[in-house]
Design a binder for this molecule. Structure first.
Ligand code: NAD
Length: 341
């Protein structure tokens, strides 16, 4: 069977989507839609597919089985809903959109149209992170007590200056938290379960943007565990994301997407130490040149379509990080700096 993919967007991440999709046998780029038609045409020359500048015409192009959305974040739900109404499965980039209200509309539309909806959080597919999830689920860390997650990244001024949507409230929905930090928010929720309360502060001190370039939060997990979270795009020159999780049986430290320490009372049999390192320099760049994470997400999504199962990160799963991000923003705006999730 051949899967025919339609790409929405032809910018930075759509390049990753095209390369990841083309690395999978039985997948063809059928069509590409974007607002800059010259760029879309060039994109199709490189990766195949029919270029479109008219969104309605793109949506009725056939054969086409699914769309992968790589447009600005605030467009994901509206474009996903339009695609679902045409019977197309929808795999969207993170965040699912910039408000849970719109996320819910997309989830509902996909359900009504009986199409699959997936959200790209490729870190969930990384071997070491899956190893850590397995350890936590099997109780190897004991009862989780404390998570310390730091996303001290850097983006140069041009990253915002040359973009019509990054760092804007209308299309990015915020800054360093909803765009960069959300990957790690998603991981914390996936690894440790729901958060029930947050205390937070945000600031815009380095970049000339209307949203925050720095966010900090104290998290209270429903399990009773506590968490400390920072996310910034202002920490020159940018450092690998670091997550330290301590439980009653020991501590595991993740740097970027590698387990760099597993100090456990009882060493588990298996260690993911042999897994190849992801080569993306996320600490200092938005480019995802190592496409293996995205490839694994697309493979999982295609398998969900084929076997009629639930994708690894479906709409409800993808909504969780956005709900927590919204609560962090709410807390940061409130006089007491605190909010329920
Ligand atoms: N998973 C990841 O690691 C990762 C990495 C980078 C970006 N992203 C996500 O991908 C999305 C795009 O980010 P990017 O870095 O590729 O941005 P980008 O600015 O490089 O690309 C966005 C593209 O969307 C196009 N566009 C603008 N309006 C549009 C519309 N109405 N319809 C279709 N296309 C439109 C722009 O012309 C541009 O080509 C964001 O939601 C971002 O959060 C995810």
């Amino acid at each position: 069977m051949t899967f025919h993919v339609g790409l929405i967007g032809s910018g930075n991440i759509s390049e990753t989507h095209a390369r990841a999709a083309r690395a999978i046998s039985g997948v063809e780029i059928a069509a590409v839609y974007g607002t800059n038609f010259e760029k879309v045409r060039r994109f199709c020359r490189d990766h195949g597919g029919t270029p479109f500048e008219d969104f309605s015409a793109f949506l009725t192009h056939r054969p086409m089985d699914l769309v992968i959305i790589g447009s600005p974040s605030g467009l994901h739900a509206a474009q996903g809903i339009a695609a679902a109404k045409q019977g197309l499965h929808v795999l969207t980039e993170k965040p699912i959109d910039i408000s849970t209200r719109r996320a819910d509309e997309l989830i509902e539309a996909a359900g009504r149209a009986r199409v699959k909806l997936g959200v790209i959080f490729q870190d969930r597919m990384k071997p070491h992170i899956r190893q850590l999830k397995d350890w936590i689920d099997r109780g190897v860390l004991g009862k989780p007590l404390l998570a310390d997650a730091r996303v001290k990244w850097y983006r140069p001024p041009e990253y915002y200056r040359n973009s019509r949507w990054r760092g804007t409230l209308r299309l990015d929905g915020g800054g360093a938290l909803i765009n960069q930090g959300i990957h790690t928010i998603d991981l914390l929720l996936w690894l440790l379960g729901d958060v029930s309360r947050v205390e937070a502060q945000t600031a815009t001190e380095l970049h000339a943007i209307e949203a925050e370039d720095t966010a900090t939060a104290i998290l209270k997990f429903a399990s009773g565990a506590l968490g400390l979270f920072h996310s910034t795009t202002a920490a020159y020159p940018g450092y690998p994301r670091r997550v330290e999780i301590s439980g009653t049986e020991g501590t595991v430290i993740l740097e970027h997407d590698q387990i760099i320490a597993a100090d456990l009372r009882k060493a588990p049999d298996e260690r993911a130490g042999i897994a190849p390192r992801d080569e993306n320099p996320s600490a200092s760049s938005a480019v995802v040149s190592d496409v293996r994470g995205h490839q694994a997400v697309i493979e999982d999504f295609l398998s969900a379509i084929q076997k009629n199962t639930v994708p690894a990160c479906d709409g409800q799963e993808g909504r969780r990080s956005l709900a927590l991000v919204e609560a962090i923003y709410r807390a940061a705006r409130s006089p007491q700096r605190t909010a329920g999730v």
